[in-house]
Write a protein that binds this ligand. Structure first.
Ligand code: GLN
Length: 340
């Protein structure tokens, strides 16, 4: 009898500990959020691994030592450390947000059928993926799928197409954004690889506008200037089921948010997406400008800015900081991830 009582008691204590851990993971306090942001900044600020992107010449000139870390909660509270004001180009972090525009205007089914949702396991600018997969564009987070996505936006002119893309990304940030003209010129002048992709897609009937128009609008989209707080707010909108916490504007139906996050989870880091989910357990998107945004669904977003990239084109310090924060708060989707 005593033994039964003692073991029930042990089970109760274990359950209590688990519940306490879960509650902590479920809703970290404001102090915890600020502390973990400060700790991530301090821990990784001196890391110098990686190299700025230079295939877009102007990106090589962005100061490599800048580092910002921000958490934005689903109710719009900001916890931050480091560089918050520097305006950098959004690059591929823009891709899920234009995918969201397609889902919102034309339905998730259209995105799935006209672009695709399969991870490529290949670099972001792969032409091989385009030949290998019958969908051609494969998914909206690689260049092919993202160029196809802007071509799919309903518009009767290039100007309207661009205004809709810019307006949607501004709405996600909660303030009007602009193109960094120098970045746009540098990228458009050197966009031979993306031009090849746009033309191949057109050839296969998987591009839905004139190829050069799609290329221009896509390149402008990648050249939109944002800061680390904007990026966190964009992620917080997804954490808040598609409603911008600052403006209250709905940008995606709540029922479509899981599908978009699923694409980010499987393809947000290109050929490093498996590594990322294994070590961080969060849907996220990176860009060669040095930004990353990760989403803890229903709770908050973590955004980082640090220009030096690894071989796959993902920000080295940003990845370390987000993994650290996810690990400390125990918010990985499948339970706390232990391996860095
Ligand atoms: N604009 C960049 C390109 O098309 C985006 C790539 C990226 O951020 N991974 O190459």
């Amino acid at each position: 009898m005593k033994l039964i009582l003692r073991s029930s008691f042990t089970v109760l204590i274990a359950l209590g500990t688990l519940c306490a851990q879960w509650a902590q993971a479920a809703s970290p306090s404001p102090d915890q959020l600020q502390q973990v942001v400060d700790a991530a900044y301090a821990r990784f600020k001196d890391v110098t691994d990686g190299k700025n992107a230079d295939y877009i010449p102007i990106l090589a000139t962005v100061p490599s030592d800048m580092f910002g870390v921000v958490i934005a909660t689903k109710d719009g509270k900001i916890y931050s450390a480091g560089e918050l004001d520097y305006v950098f180009s959004i690059q591929s972090v823009s891709k899920p947000f234009t995918a969201s525009l397609i889902m919102h205007e034309q339905g998730a089914k259209t995105l799935r059928e006209k672009i695709g949702v399969e991870p490529t396991g290949l670099p972001f600018n792969s032409k091989l993926a385009l030949e290998l997969y019958p969908e051609r564009s494969v998914n909206p987070l690689v260049n092919a799928g993202a160029i196809a996505a802007v071509s799919l936006v309903e518009a009767s002119s290039e100007e309207e197409r661009w205004r809709k893309v810019l307006g949607n990304i501004s709405d996600y940030a909660g303030r009007p954004l602009n193109v960094l003209e120098e970045v746009y010129n540098s990228e458009y002048e050197s966009a031979w690889s993306n031009r090849g992709i746009a033309n191949l897609l057109y050839n296969y009937g998987r591009l839905y506008s004139d190829p050069e128009e799609a290329l221009r609008v896509y390149t402008k989209q990648c050249s939109i200037g944002i800061n680390t707080v904007d990026l966190a707010m964009m992620g917080a909108t997804l954490a808040n089921s598609g409603v911008n916490p600052k403006t209250g504007k709905r940008l995606l139906d709540a029922e479509d948010v899981p599908e978009l996050l699923a694409i980010m989870a499987t393809a947000g880091f290109y050929d490093e997406s498996g590594e990322w989910m294994y070590s961080a357990g969060l849907p996220a998107k990176t860009g060669v400008g040095g930004g990353i945004v990760a989403v803890v669904p229903g709770k908050f977003a973590i955004a980082t800015f640090s220009p030096p990239l690894n071989e796959a084109g993902n920000s080295v310090r940003g990845m370390k900081a987000i993994r650290y924060i996810a690990g400390e708060l125990g918010v990985g989707l499948y339970g706390p991830n232990h391996e860095e």
